[in-house]
Design a protein around this ligand. Structure first.
Ligand code: FES
Length: 76
């Protein structure tokens, strides 16, 4: 792939999220997380950093196999 005059070996993972930032960093207070939460790892969610199921479309279109990070409180 060629972007401008720079040769890039791999495509970008993040296509749309906070592109005005030099780095996307998300902070959450652990106390604000409920009993279950799903974090996006495909970078396609409209609710990023939370998963909205967009990984299913991405996987179908690209034959990839990405999915969310699921966190749940012990005992749930
Ligand atoms: Fe990205 Fe689910 S939407 S992992």
């Amino acid at each position: 792939l060629l972007f401008g005059r720079r040769k890039v070996k791999k495509p970008k993972i993040n296509e749309d999220i906070q592109k005005e930032e030099s780095k996307v960093v998300t902070q959450m207070d652990i106390e604000d997380i409920g009993d279950n939460i799903a974090f996006c790892r495909c970078w396609r969610s409209k609710k990023f950093p939370l998963c909205d199921g967009s990984h299913n479309k991405h996987n179908a279109e690209t034959r990839d196999n990405v999915g969310p990070l699921l966190l749940r409180r012990e005992g749930d």
